[in-house]
Ligand binder design. Structure first.
Ligand SMILES: Cc1cc2nc3c(=O)[nH]c(=O)nc-3n(C[C@H](O)[C@H](O)[C@H](O)COP(=O)(O)OP(=O)(O)OC[C@H]3O[C@@H](n4cnc5c(N)ncnc54)[C@H](O)[C@@H]3O)c2cc1C
Ligand code: FES
Length: 280
């Protein structure tokens, strides 16, 4: 069975409450014949289906292992509406449906031999974990790694120890920004774009992966271009409402592109004229 459009059953092995409204589901596919779905690439997404409620696209965060060494698929989700709240209510032991993997992931091969700059805002950090882990697992393939994460409030920062660990790795820069910072916040107070200005970039040999709210991605991309990074070296991960996830229903249309099929990861020049336009 190799059809990503057909749902597989996934068991919720564990559920981690990351913040008040953000949780991580650790999932194991129940049928051995479905294990090919674990070939999901950084930047791709799955459709998670709460039976009887509905399905939503959620990026893949990581693949870890359970105590027996069996692969575990991780998705981090913010409970914002009908389906995400219904998924949030499920305890370990429940089963959900999973379709995927779908979409175009980060351009990992194109990034090889270059510096990698990963810029995220809010929960955009979840899809970026997979590319950062991939880069560290294949360290010799990449040059300097820059990681920038922006949050609205310092209390929103997820996985602080993970960022601290990455910051200690050689040839790696980690910077964090909070629009509003509580006392004791050791990093920058202000916008991500201000941090980008401080990055020791080598613009002609850098590939940028950016994931977060659209205005933040657009502002970051324009700032990088002002710092001489070529527009075609900047890749954004886009979000739109989805239904089929396979380029048929048109729900995710963005101009001439279907985000589920042509994205979610797309080069900035393809998006530049359409970002911020009303009605698209
Ligand atoms: C390719 C792709 C990858 C995604 N990856 C992730 C991920 O890894 N983790 C994750 O949490 N979400 C992710 N999303 C967003 C997620 O799919 C939506 O949050 C989800 O579809 C909302 O569905 P719902 O039924 O829970 O809410 P709905 O009932 O559809 O919406 C309820 C309300 O929430 C608002 N809303 C919808 N989405 C968001 C949002 N993202 N943030 C704040 N408010 C919102 C709506 O405008 C509406 O007012 C991704 C989306 C795409 C397209
Ligand atoms: S979700 Fe149906 S075309 Fe993209």
């Amino acid at each position: 069975m190799t059809n990503p459009a057909l749902p597989a059953e996934a068991l919720i092995l564990n559920r981690v409450q990351e913040t008040e409204d953000i949780f991580t589901l650790q999932l194991q596919l129940t049928a051995p014949a479905q294990q090919w779905r674990l070939g999901i690439q950084p930047g791709q997404f799955n459709m998670l289906y709460r039976f009887g409620v509905g399905e939503i696209p959620i990026s893949f965060k990581a693949i870890s292992a359970d105590e027996q060494g069996q692969p575990v698929l991780e998705h981090t989700i913010r409970a914002v509406g009908r389906v995400s709240r219904a998924l949030a209510a499920l305890p370990p032991g429940e089963r959900i449906g999973l379709r995927g993997p779908f979409g175009q992931g980060w351009p990992l091969e194109q990034a090889e031999g270059q510096d990698l700059c990963v810029i995220t805002g809010g929960l955009g950090c979840a899809p970026a974990v997979s590319i950062i882990e991939h880069a560290f697992a294949n360290r010799t393939r990449y040059g300097h790694i820059h990681i920038i994460q922006g949050v609205k409030h310092s209390a929103d920062l997820l996985w602080r120890s993970r960022y601290e660990f990455w910051a200690q790795q050689p040839d790696t820069t980690v910077m964090m920004a909070a629009d509003v910072a509580a006392p004791g916040w050791p990093w920058y107070s202000g916008r991500v774009t201000e941090l980008i200005k401080r990055l020791p970039l080598r613009p002609e040999q850098t590939l940028v992966c950016c994931c977060g709210p659209e205005p933040m991605m657009q502002a970051s991309a324009e700032q990088l271009i002002r710092q001489q990074v070529p527009a075609e070296a900047i890749w954004l991960s886009m979000e739109r409402n989805m239904q089929c996830a396979s380029g048929h229903c048109g729900h995710c249309q963005f101009g001439a592109d279907f985000i589920c099929r042509d994205g979610p990861v797309m080069p900035y020049p393809r998006l530049r004229d359409r970002l911020g336009l009303e009605g698209i």
